[in-house]
Each structure stands twice: as structure tokens, then as C-alpha cells.
Write a protein that binds this ligand. Structure first.
Ligand SMILES: Cc1ncc(C[n+]2csc(CCOP(=O)(O)OP(=O)(O)O)c2C)c(N)n1
Length: 285
């Protein structure tokens, strides 16, 4: 059974996010490869966006004209997107266990050519998804002149890609108040801490100077996440002409004690014993 899409109180998101995290563990165990850290870390952002009524979509009609779109720019975090779409009723839930298998629609990085409902574009080459998302927002606002919204999530390591900033510059230049940029600021990337690999800070000042209405939030606090999405909706409603940026402070691997804040879990699946432990911990939340 899929979760209902409706306005919720902050307390209602916990069980949904836990289910998403449990699904991530099950998928990765079955696949034997893939990314644990980022997907677990961002699950709370997805729970509120997809099940709190902020993203307007229709599982019965995934290509609905004028729908809002979510573009996962950090394509390696695909497991959380697949878990979310399955729990939203976009495709049968048992399909999540085909992750990374031959002939599966759920490849390691999202592929538009897989025709999986809810996947708006292919992604995996960092920096490209957000550029495509800004193009979608331009098309909605300036060509179709509808009120559709576009959300795109990048990692913080992804900010090291120059094309991210070209996209950001365009969003502000074209007054895309229908565009919301989510940054997963877990301060971890594949090789270490972001500031050690290539210092991306101060992220908030950069985003502000690029013309975004920018907020920094605790990415595991449901009320804070709701307030941030509300700010975005408000910006669009008022026609401020400013895109919104939500910098979500998160912990990689959130919910699983031995994965939390450990960049070694960026691109690793749990083994059977670790998965059992993770599911036990998640069940106890
Ligand atoms: C253009 C490009 N360069 C390099 C990579 C390899 N790569 C995949 S994920 C990743 C780290 C991304 O870090 P972050 O965005 O912080 O994601 P997180 O580690 O939090 O999941 C890198 C360098 C890639 N996918 N695309």
C-alpha cells in the first residue's frame, strides 16, 4: 500500500521516513552494490516533499500536464528516489528489489530511457541534473506560463562542478521563483570531508550572492523542512522573482549508528549482518 499524499503535522513524517530508510537497506543488500550514505541522509527531505503535499504529482498519471517535478541531480543517490516513488504508488513496491540487476528499470543511476514513472531525467554525471531542472523551470514559467514548480537536489560535493553555478546563475537571471534548489549538506563526499577535498564553503553566502532566497536548516527536523518548503511556495505565490535555496544540514547514513557521518558509506552497501543490524535499529526509531 502506498502512503497517502496529504498535508501532515511534523510528527507524521517519522514513520514514513523510517520506511524509506528500511527500503534503502533492503534494496542495497539485495543489489550487493550501491550508495547507502546519501540516500539514508536525505530520506527526511523526501518524506516531507512527496508525502506532505508539497510536490504535486499523480501516481495514476505520472506524466500529468502541469505537474511539479523533482530532479535528483546527485544521481548516485538513486535508492532513496526509487524507495520514495515506490511508496508513492508510482510502481509496484516489490520492484525495488531489482535495483542494479539486468533488465531492471532501477539502474544504479536514474535513466530516463528506463521509463520508470517519476523519473524526470537521467542523472549521475554531477552538475547536469540541476542544469536540466533549471531548463524545466524556465520552460514552465516562461514558455508554458503555468504554475508548476521544479525542485532539484544536489550534494555538497557536487557543488565543486562548475556547471552547478551556471545553472544557479540562470535561475536567478530568469527570475525563476518556481525553482527550488535543495543542497544535501552532509559535509561528506566520496573521498572525505568537502572542505578537505575542495572547500565549497561558505555555501549559504555563495547561494545568496547568486540571487537565491537562501535558508539553512536541520535536514532531519520535519518542522524546519516544512517551513523551508513553505517559504519556497510563498516566494512563488508572491512572485518575488527569486529562486529558493534550501541548504539542509544532514548526516550521511542517518538512522544507522555505524554509518552516521562516515564518508566511507558514500558508495557501499551493507552486508547481511550489517543490514540486519541496520533494520533492527531503524525498527526501534
Ligand atoms: C561529473 C562527475 N564527476 C565525478 C563523479 C564521481 N562521483 C560520484 S559521487 C561523487 C561525490 C559526490 O559528493 P556529494 O555530492 O557530497 O554526495 P554524497 O557523498 O553526499 O552522497 C563523485 C565525485 C560523477 N558522478 N560525476
Amino acid at each position: 500500500m502506498a502512503f497517502e499524499i496529504k498535508p501532515r503535522t511534523p510528527e507524521e513524517f517519522g514513520p514514513i521516513a523510517t520506511e524509506l530508510r528500511r527500503d534503502i537497506i533492503k534494496m542495497l543488500l539485495e543489489a550487493g552494490s550501491g550508495h547507502s550514505g546519501g540516500p539514508l541522509g536525505t530520506a527526511d527531505l523526501y518524506a516531507v516533499l512527496y508525502f506532505g503535499g508539497y510536490l504535486r504529482y499523480n501516481p495514476q498519471d505520472p506524466h500529468m500536464k502541469g505537474r511539479d517535478r523533482f530532479v535528483l541531480s546527485a544521481g548516485h543517490m538513486a535508492p532513496i528516489l526509487y524507495a520514495t516513488l515506490a511508496n508513492a504508488g508510482m510502481f509496484p513496491k516489490e520492484e525495488i528489489l531489482t535495483l542494479r540487476k539486468y533488465n531492471s528499470r532501477l539502474q544504479g543511476h536514474p535513466g530516463r530511457d528506463m521509463h520508470l514513472p517519476g523519473i524526470e531525467t537521467s542523472a549521475g554525471s554531477l552538475g547536469q541534473g540541476i542544469s536540466i531542472a533549471v531548463g524545466m523551470a524556465m520552460s514552465d514559467k516562461l514558455v508554458d506560463k503555468n504554475d508548476a514548480r521544479v525542485y532539484s537536489l544536489t550534494g555538497d560535493g557536487e557543488l565543486q562542478e562548475g556547471s552547478v553555478w551556471e545553472a544557479a546563475m540562470s535561475a536567478a537571471h530568469f527570475n525563476l521563483d518556481n525553482f527550488c534548489w535543495l543542497i544535501d549538506n552532509n559535509d561528506c563526499q566520496i573521498d572525505g570531508r568537502c572542505k578537505d577535498v575542495m572547500d565549497v564553503y561558505p555555501i549559504d553566502e555563495k547561494c545568496k550572492s547568486f540571487g537565491f532566497d537562501t535558508v539553512v536548516i536541520d535536514g532531519h527536523d520535519y518542522k524546519a523542512i516544512m517551513d523551508a518548503y513553505d517559504l519556497f511556495l510563498d516566494n512563488q505565490k508572491k512572485g518575488t522573482g527569486k529562486p529558493t535555496c534550501i541548504i539542509a544540514k544532514t548526516y550521511m547514513g542517518r538512522g544507522v549508528s555505524f554509518m552516521e557521518d562516515e564518508f566511507g558509506w558514500h558508495g557501499k552497501p551493507p552486508n547481511a549482518e550489517q543490514a540486519e543490524q541496520a533494520l533492527k535499529e531503524l525498527a526501534a526509531i
